[in-house]
Design a protein around this ligand. Sequence first.
Ligand code: ADP
Ligand code: MG
Length: 261
Amino acid sequence: MQQPFIHVKNISYTYPGIEGEVEAIRDVSFQVYNGEFLAIVGPSGCGKSTLLSIIARLLEPSGGTISFQNPDGSLHYPRIGYMLQHDYLFEWRSIYRNVILGPEIRKNFTPDTKEHIDRLLKDYGLYPFRDKKPSELSGGMRQRAALIRTLAINPELLLLDEPFSALDYQTRLSVSDDICKIIRSTGKTAILITHDLSEAISMADRILVLTNRPSTIQAEIPIHLTLTDNSTLAARGAPEFSAYFNQLWEELYHERKETAG
Ligand code: ADP
Ligand code: MG
């Protein structure tokens, strides 16, 4: 895991605006290692989504650079799977036609891709529902369908922007456990934004804590849990869990008090 995959160097971002500019990110630098699961937490509105959009190249940074060194040593831009809070499933397409969208657009719907997608649908209990419309599925099933659509293009990097926040608590636990297992078993590199500290601790190898806007890095906390199995449930029951929770809480709470005072 020790090979750096993503190099984020001195990134800054300012939104232009009629009533003045909004400085969202100020001089943020970090690396993400190949196969690492990084979580990013921070106060609401601090610039987390902006940072992820910059990594996804949807936004051009105002300053700084992002570069990628792929696991094979090449420097090309990786295939990215991006998952958001809203599932963005197309209501007029069946679940199957939603999840094949990526390969269909890329004109890359090969027998291998079909097999890969069928396997994912079976693994996540959606195969019997593949001809249904999104509105006929529960929130958790829809989010799993969004996940399968994201994985269908076999991304080298997964960017997850609060993908579970619209789900009820139990569904959220189960969908996040699925996602965590997929990411672990396929060795994919992932960046997860969440406001749920327990979720961050149970899923990530390392957590970046961002400050209030403009975002800078407040703390970087590597997570090492003693686990009985590799489920997120076991992670939540690990002996180190509450100490990490308190540490994160302190970081966020202190930061807010300082800026409020
Ligand atoms: P987070 O994801 O941490 O909640 P965002 O990255 O979405 O925060 O936004 C960071 C800050 O930038 C917020 O204060 C937000 O109001 C502001 N912002 C976001 N998008 C725009 C935009 N298009 N124009 C101006 N300001 C924006
Ligand atoms: Mg956001």
